[in-house]
Design a protein around this ligand. Sequence first.
Ligand code: AGP
Length: 611
Amino acid sequence: MCGLVGYLGSKDALPFLLEGLKRLEYRGYDSAGVALLNEGNFSIIKKKGKIANLEAELPEKNLSHAGIGHNRWATHGEPSDVNAHPHQANSGNIVIAHNGIIENHLEIREDLEAKGIEFKSDTDTEVIVQLLDFYMKENPKVFFTDAVQAILPKLAGTYGILFLHKDYPDTLIGVRNGSPLCFGLSNGEFIISSDVIAFATYMPQVVHLEDKEMVIIEKDNYRISTFKGAIVDKELENIDKQQTTASKGEYDHFMLKEIYEQPRSVLRAIRGRLLNEEGNTKLGGINMDVRDFFDIDHICFVGCGTSYHAGLLGVYLMESMARIPSTAEIAPELKYRNPIVRKKTLYVGISQSGETADTNSTLQEIKNKGGKVIGICNVVGSSMARMTGAGIYVHAGLEISVCSTKAFTSQISAIYLLSILMARSKDMSIHAGRRLVKGLDEIPQKISQILEQKDRIREIAKKYSHFNNFLFMGRGNNYPVALEGALKLKEVAYVFAEGYSSAEMKHGAIALIDPECASIFICPDDNMRTKNVSNIQEVRSRNGRILAIVTEGDTEICDVADDVLEIPATEPELTPFLTIIHLQLFSYFIALELGKDIDQPRNLAKSVTVE
Ligand code: AGP
């Protein structure tokens, strides 16, 4: 959510800023802007809309070697040229770009306005730059860095901020408090950003800042300190290029490409972690061995959006396989009801990006109360991975599409591995373990078989593209899949869809059923099939339109549903891996049919770094 990029070095800053913003565009695309320091003055170019709008306004040649840029996902103030970042102080001396929310902005604004400061934008961000400007005017001898340090305690909320001052042309400052910030360096050049992908191709190494740390880059040197000025020593980390480069290749959209990557991404998640002979799995990164499991009597999965849905599936798996009572929590709901943190609960944070503010702040709260926390995360070195210090990397590779697909199947891969591992230390027999491990091993190949049905799924999606209301229904392990399927359709096609337990339907949602409402039943051959068939019949009797996802050869359901899509036979516990693939492609093709902006859906951002 919002992308920050800053450059300081001997080369022209603009191409680095522009390239960085393009790579970060998936994080926010309401507006974009750059500020370049040119011979003692700032040139600021800001445009509403996508980077292409900004690019059209940029000068062909520019000789600045210091600049900052920003992609915005609007929080305070509508998307517009004026509200776009960077923001400049009234004196013209300072520019800043900000990711996060300043919660006490109204208070600061009113205070500054009472002192005669005029504001140009509706953003919370502008208070930072005007406050700093005012402070430097009041304290004419103060150095830029000291002034930044002096105003930070006045800001409440979360932020990653980049600062430039025209009288300090060789200084670029970045501060972090709750919004990610890192920088890369190479031969006296520095790029600082909210995400390593902004500079991964130019720089081999990265330094991640932690909360309440700042970096002061001066000419070809840098120092990191706390907000209070204590110097912090940090290691340079090597950048994993695989995690940081992506192109659409032969695909029209990242979403489609990432759906097609799933046979490989699931394979990467499980590779080296299956023990066929023992009917077990191994997960080195969780830093627990089998004896530690005796002390766990409850698992709590914590996440948001798709990651929450993966956690909800975790509840079904842990309870049915490992017989450990489990819950899944929408992260901020847990945090703000003041969690009762228990010694014997294992808290499992789930996040693709590892930067979701709601999830990270909830995990931090749990840690502060002494809870045991591990993470299931895709991005190596992300805030969540560093905060938890233990967990499972899912190795899905860079996910660019705002609508998450391969992250989900990778996350559930990790959850299956963890569930089997814990189950085998409890009641699960070696035979049951072997059956599931073998089944998992075959999943990538079975996902490929579904991807081969692309044309059929597209044809069906076309038939359903005129519906304005969808119910996605499933039971047991496929209830979380129903929620995830509905989320996909909402996100990319902007069509109203609700995920529902098919068991729960008759307690209310059945009132919606008529020929204008499409019911998508997830009804594979598992222990819920018979019950699901009854629920399908209930919809049929009320003239509802039915698309059913079934296991191949299920002629009974073919007879009652209007349309069916088939998954290959698999172990009943593992069907979510396959049913979700149909739903991802179904949503993709409906969005395509409706002409929506699939990779950058309106109002969304890839990683939500504000609470
Ligand atoms: C998924 O399609 C969504 N874009 C969104 O719900 C996402 O899963 C959520 O914001 C959590 O993100 P995370 O996995 O990076 O923490």
